[in-house]
Write a protein that binds this ligand. Structure first.
Ligand code: PRX
Length: 650
């Protein structure tokens, strides 16, 4: 919904929830005054603010400059040397945390593994030595395509230990998507498994790796974790079992002293073009952001059992299943399978079983679980919970209220956290002991973060007027570049509003300075809390021989947030049919993955275009939801197309 210079906002939610005095008393940040003090300190002297926090990490050599800002390229803690794995593990071994659970893992079939910090240290060292034995060294890349099993966390920490940049690819991506990502990063090694469990079935990963690696010449070795025991093909000279590789490896491995700016990982995310972007994150700045926000936002304490349900294949899993939590010496729960298997009570049973205190999930999961009814959560006590979090998309007030009442028993604060793959860490969120919350608002900026809502000219938007969400100053956990494509980094994030980072989101700020994020303003959709570029899906559709042209739009969906609708024109001689629809859906699944499969495909003879030939997706969006076209259509080349599209609808 665009108005002249900004965006029109429609949500009007008025309820407020104050933190309880009992919660605030024990919280890391206890009051609004304390929060404001932190913000002021950061505003007055950002370098001193971040430096004082960074001192909490272990350094092998101190930094010389806190922030070297050469817009749009930032370097943080320049000259310093440190190691992320050392900060997440080794430094906790000196005191009592040595025997504390670092990871509590549960497989979908119900098998359990608990790794103490000491155990994790040992496994990570063995794995790091194993990687070294295969010839990878500091500066190389390793691609990881694993289910949610402990080996995933172990591998990422092992890479961090020896300065290898990891690139984790979510298991829901197809062989084609995997191949693109391996090639973009020129990974030497791929780590996978003989599958993982999901909804009682085995998801085959090794077969996809075999297909991907055929066209990935950089890959010298494929390491395979035995998880399910199903037979898999092992290619002589290329593939090796994880357990064979680890055998006999020493259980000590020096943590490399790495430059603060050393690339810790690459994580691919969708953009407005067909090619995924390899978002690059650093060592020191990234860890500082993940560590501090885990403490401030989740109020993480040594006595907490913390559970984030995200897959580590997404940024939420990187920052808030692994790095941020372990950097604080916390206990993180990791679960392999589907949230509703074998029953919709699975998550709630696990909350009771492990006495989970802090629970972090996505609105799409909350909506799906809410739909299944209150009987499931009511079968568990849920009395251990003290804080709830959400991430990935705006949470609608109905889902917020259900989460608050039915899961949180009305006593747990909810932190609605806004951030992105690119920001590395949470940027806008309540601090639970300080901030009064309003359902549907991510509330206020994290201390040291300076977001603003601006109009198209970059001028601060008036109160309660929709506009574009930008970040005005660099921050330690910001992305450093797009892997191999600094020009794209510059153009994508820093060219729309000079001097500011553009998030791609629309938002408004209310009279209390609270941010209400309204969703994407570019051609990117948010499906189940994951970003998907419409271009990517269109490219996949057009790569099918029957298709001439395709336009993809999002349509509001009760559970997924956004459903994918594809308008497709066929090549001459091709007949529309249900079989072709099914084939095209399967084709997109093969090209990108099951997450990108269109929910609905509509065949049309033509697409509405401007006179200069641009597809008018705005009009297609109206048609997809069956609403009257309201905006300007004077640029439309052929008016009959709209009528035709609507007719097809009936
Ligand atoms: O549109 C915003 C939405 O998710 C986008 C970032 O997606 P991704 O990089 O995949 O990372 C998701 C997890 C950090 C944002 O541009 N988004 C994320 N959190 C929220 C949100 N929208 C509204 N409220 C949120 N809390």
């Amino acid at each position: 919904m665009q108005n002249e210079k900004g965006i029109t906002s429609v949500l009007n939610e008025r309820r407020k929830f104050k933190p309880s005095p009992a919660f605030s008393r024990l919280a890391h940040v206890k009051s609004m005054q304390a929060y404001k003090r932190l913000c002021k300190a950061a505003e007055r002297n950002p370098d001193a603010f971040w430096a004082s926090l960074a001192k909490e990490m272990d350094w092998f050599s101190p930094w010389k400059t806190v922030c070297d800002w050469n817009p749009p390229f930032a370097k943080w803690f320049v000259g310093g040397k440190m190691n992320v794995a050392h900060n997440c593990i080794d430094r906790h071994l000196i005191g009592w945390r040595k025997n504390k659970a670092a990871i509590i893992w549960e497989g979908e079939p119900g098998d359990v593994r608990v790794l103490t910090y000491q155990d994790l240290y040992r496994e990570v060292c063995i794995c790091a030595n194993a990687l070294k034995s295969q010839g990878v060294k500091k500066g190389d890349r390793v691609s990881i395509y694993l289910p949610m099993i402990p080996e995933l966390a172990i591998t990422m920490l092992a890479c961090a230990r020896i300065g290898v940049t990891h690139s984790i690819i979510f298991g829901g991506f197809s062989a084609v998507a995997l191949c693109d990502r391996i090639n973009d990063a020129s990974a030497k090694i791929v780590i996978t498994s003989d599958g993982g469990y999901r909804k009682g079935e085995i998801v085959d990963l090794k077969e996809k790796v075999d297909e991907a690696v055929l066209k990935a010449p950089s890959v010298q070795r494929v390491v395979v974790v035995r998880r399910t025991g199903i037979p898999v093909a092992m290619k002589e000279g290329r593939d090796i079992w994880w357990h064979d590789l680890m055998k006999g490896m020493p259980d000590r491995c020096k943590a490399e002293a790495l430059d603060s700016e050393h690339p810790l990982f690459i994580l691919y995310t969708s953009g407005t073009t067909g090619k995924p972007k390899g978002v690059v994150h650093s060592t020191a700045g990234y860890l500082l952001g993940a560590m501090m926000t885990s403490r401030w936002v989740f109020d993480l304490k040594d006595t907490d059992t913390y559970w984030c349900t995200a897959d580590i294949g997404w940024v939420t899993g990187h920052s808030y299943v692994v790095y941020g939590i372990l950097a604080n010496g916390g206990t993180t729960v990791m679960y392999e399978g589907a949230p509703t298997y074998p029953t919709p009570g699975r998550l709630w049973e696990m909350v009771d079983k492990y006495h989970v205190n802090i629970f972090y999930t996505a609105p799409t999961a909350i909506r799906a679980l809410m739909k299944l009814g209150d009987t499931w959560p009511k079968q568990s006590r849920l009395s251990s919970l003290r804080l709830l979090g959400t991430v990935g998309e705006p949470i609608n007030p109905t889902a917020w209220t259900w989460y608050h009442k039915v899961i949180g028993g009305g006593r747990c604060p909810i932190v609605d956290t806004w951030w992105q793959t690119e920001t590395g860490a949470i940027m806008i969120s309540p601090l639970p002991g300080a901030t009064e919350t309003k359902p549907g608002s991510a509330t206020l900026p994290i201390p040291g973060i300076f977001p603003e809502v601006v109009d198209r000219d970059g001028v601060k938007a008036a109160t309660n007027t929709g506009g574009y969400l930008v970040i005005k100053r660099p921050w330690p956990s910001m992305l450093r570049t797009v892997w191999g494509d600094p020009k794209r980094y510059e153009k994508q994030y820093w060219s729309d509003f000079p001097g500011c980072y553009f998030t791609g989101d629309g938002a408004r700020c209310d009279q209390d300075g609270y941010f209400w994020v309204m969703g994407r303003v570019d051609d990117v959709m948010n499906v189940s809390g994951h970003r998907l570029g419409t271009m990517e899906i269109e490219s996949a559709l057009v790569s099918a021989p029957a298709v001439a042209e395709a336009a993809v739009v999002g349509k509001p969906d009760e559970i997924k947030g956004t459903a994918i609708v594809a308008f497709v024109t066929l090549r001459s001689g091709q007949q529309p049919s249900d079989a072709l629809k099914a084939a095209l859906r399967a084709h997109v699944e093969k090209e990108i993955g099951v997450i990108a499969r269109p929910d609905d495909i509509r065949f049309t003879e033509n697409l509405p275009k401007t006179r200069s030939g641009k597809i008018m997706r705005r009009l297609l969006r109206d048609i997809a939801v069956g609403r009257e076209t309201t905006g300007d259509i004077t640029t439309l080349e052929d008016y009959t197309i709209l009528a035709k599209l609507r007719q097809d609808e009936d």
